[in-house]
Design a protein around this ligand. Structure first.
Ligand code: FES
Ligand code: FES
Length: 251
């Protein structure tokens, strides 16, 4: 098990862990929660089941709003009821790493499944498949998202960045370079997710403190426990001294 004393962040709503990483996600019961909401949750299983049931009676809409209506038992507006997704696979286009990619997915397909099994983008890892580990982290319209907790259909129209999209013109992203320099991995299975979480953090906060880095990465688990090296990589990628140097400076 990873050393949570190193990894811990203040508790609060967010991902599946007891942290405050701020992503809309699932808790330990598989409830999808928006950190900005009043705490009402929806289980992914019941959500997807509702989608299937709704599709069977031809009331499943292509819009998130209509899916939410169906889920909550509200009346589906007539205009939306005309837009039927499923139960058969539907053709959609996803914007991944700046490219429009056509894909045929069932309505219950998660973004992670679409990436890995339909588009052969296997950088995002499936580890817990319930929003608890961050291994599947991608950036959707600038926000860090666990792709195992998002339906592919809900990503239509959004800009999705996966770990495959970070390098430009054959040059690694500075976050990737500093992970290499600081050996921020052992088995490497958590690494794509942590790189994406780190990238998203630095996009929002180019010079985070060590505490802010711990909090920003708190939705990502590394079972090999390489947190110190990962924090050092994040510090260096943001132009700051690694932890060891900081300690020596303060000594
Ligand atoms: S959070 Fe998606 S696989 Fe763990
Ligand atoms: S889980 Fe092995 S390097 Fe993080």
């Amino acid at each position: 098990m990873p050393d949570d004393s190193v990894h811990n962040a203040p508790t609060g709503p967010g991902c599946g862990r007891s942290c405050n990483c701020g992503r809309a996600n699932a808790d330990a019961d598989g409830l999808i929660r928006d950190p900005k909401s009043n705490g009402d949750g929806v289980s992914r299983r019941s959500f997807i089941k509702t989608l299937g049931a709704s599709a069977a009676v031809s009331s499943l809409s292509a819009t998130s709003e209509s899916r939410a209506n169906a889920l909550l038992g509200r009346e589906v507006p007539k205009s939306a009821a005309m837009l039927i997704d499923g139960p058969e696979p539907v053709d959609v286009t996803l914007n991944i790493n700046g490219k429009p990619l056509a894909v045929k997915v069932e309505p219950a397909t998660t973004l992670l499944e679409a990436l890995r099994f339909h588009l052969n983008l296997t950088g995002s890892k499936e580890i817990c498949d319930r929003g608890a580990c961050g291994g599947c982290s991608v950036i959707v319209d600038g926000k860090l998202v666990n792709s195992c907790m998002m339906l592919a259909l809900d990503a239509v129209g959004a800009q999705v960045t996966t770990v495959e999209g970070l390098a430009r013109d054959g040059k690694l992203d500075p976050v990737q370079e500093s992970f290499v320099r600081h050996d921020g991995l052992q088995c490497g299975y958590c690494t794509p997710g942590l790189v994406m979480a780190c990238r998203a953090l630095l996009n929002d906060n180019p010079k985070p403190t060590l505490e802010e880095i711990k909090k920003g990465l708190s939705g990502n688990l590394c079972r090999c426990g390489t947190y110190t090296n990962i924090f050092n990589a994040a510090l260096e990628a943001s132009g700051q001294a690694p932890i060891m140097d900081q300690k020596m400076e303060g000594a």
